[in-house]
Design a protein around this ligand. Structure first.
Ligand code: HEC
Length: 310
């Protein structure tokens, strides 16, 4: 090896070392929770209710009957089947159809969604009480959100289904752990919350109802283009989607803005949770198709307006 070659080699080595350092540092500095949860957070912050004491979030009053803890902790075929149904609807985008943590949206998260088939790496643990706690509170700083809108029995059903995906010993909760869970979430007593709605909120709703945008029209039945198929598959509630989009004026031109609202809160935004699994090309198609259907003037202006306008 002559001198020139040696020099060239040491330059290559230096570049490799620097690249390695950069990758390691970059990884350490990456925000926990990854892309989507950051977007979700920004979206929540942007749409948060301002803190005026006369303005508070609406609380829908409800009576939750107490839970029979013996039932709840018992894994029955019925509970597992119910859990599976809920899992397919709410969890597969991230955790994957077999719970291996490899759903289509998993790439966006750091840390990655848990692999339920392995006993390794669990943050809260995998007994029924542990999983119940995860579902009720989420895991802070990660993509795992709280599912406390599900009823307690639905959360227990999910916990049993999650356990059924992993063929390892999940352990038993001790009576003390069960009692602690009961106390933390008021399970056996149930709870009663009175409704409260702030007056400005009522007025806002009335105003919103008044200029409620029309529902996004669905593609005509004969239209079998990819865009049309995407819209039919993903827009579950065209009225709701129109209302959500109406709050994001730029969604027709700004793809990031559309992605943010779309993945922020399905199915509450009228979209199928499957949106989280779209790839870049499908997002573009979805945006174009929706924009075409909604028309140039708003989230859901009727098709006639679109024809006259162009
Ligand atoms: C948006 C993506 C996403 C969705 C949807 C999601 N999860 Fe998760 N989940 C995660 C991530 C990310 C983690 C890893 C958290 C961590 O590292 O502690 C996780 C972790 C978990 C854990 C393990 C917590 C622990 O102790 O490590 C459980 C159990 C769980 N999820 C259940 C569910 C269930 C059940 C659903 C559906 C109701 C669901 N998840 C939906 C992203 C998601």
């Amino acid at each position: 090896m002559n001198k020139k070659q040696q020099q060239a080699l040491s330059v290559v080595a230096l570049v490799l070392v620097l690249a390695g350092l950069y990758a390691i540092l970059g990884f350490m500095l990456l925000p926990k929770g990854g892309l989507i949860s950051k977007q979700q957070k920004e979206w929540r912050e942007a749409t948060a209710v301002p803190s005026d004491p006369t303005i508070f979030p609406t609380v829908k009053g409800n009576q939750k009957p107490g839970v029979d803890l013996d039932d709840a902790f018992q894994s029955t075929p019925k509970a597992v089947a119910q859990g599976e149904k809920l899992f397919q609807a709410n969890c597969v985008a991230c955790h994957g159809p077999a719970g291996q943590g490899n759903g289509p949206a998993a790439v966006a998260f750091n840390p990655k969604p848990r692999n339920f088939t392995s006993p390794n790496g669990w943050t809260n643990g995998y007994t029924i009480a542990d999983i119940y706690r995860t579902l009720s509170k989420g895991v802070a700083g990660t993509g795992m959100a709280s599912y406390d809108t599900l009823t307690p029995m639905d959360r227990f059903a999910l916990a049993h289904y999650v356990q059924s995906l992993g063929h390892f010993d999940h352990g038993q909760d001790t009576p003390q752990q069960i009692a602690a869970l009961d106390k933390e979430f008021n399970l056996s007593k149930g709870s009663e919350t009175p409704s409260k709605v702030a007056v400005p909120t009522v007025m806002k709703h009335m105003a919103a109802d008044y200029k409620r945008p029309p529902a996004i029209p669905m593609p005509p039945p004969g239209d079998d283009s990819q865009g049309a198929r995407l819209v039919r598959r993903l827009v579950k509630d065209p009225g709701r989607t129109a209302r959500v989009l109406a709050q994001v004026p730029d969604w027709q031109s700004d793809l990031d803005a559309l992605v943010r609202v779309a993945v922020a809160d399905p199915p509450n935004n009228g979209l199928d949770p499957g949106v989280a699994g779209l790839d870049a090309r499908q997002w573009k198609l979805f945006q174009q198709e929706l924009a075409g259907l909604a028309g140039p003037t708003g989230a859901g202006s009727p098709p006639q307006a679109r024809r006259e306008g162009t």
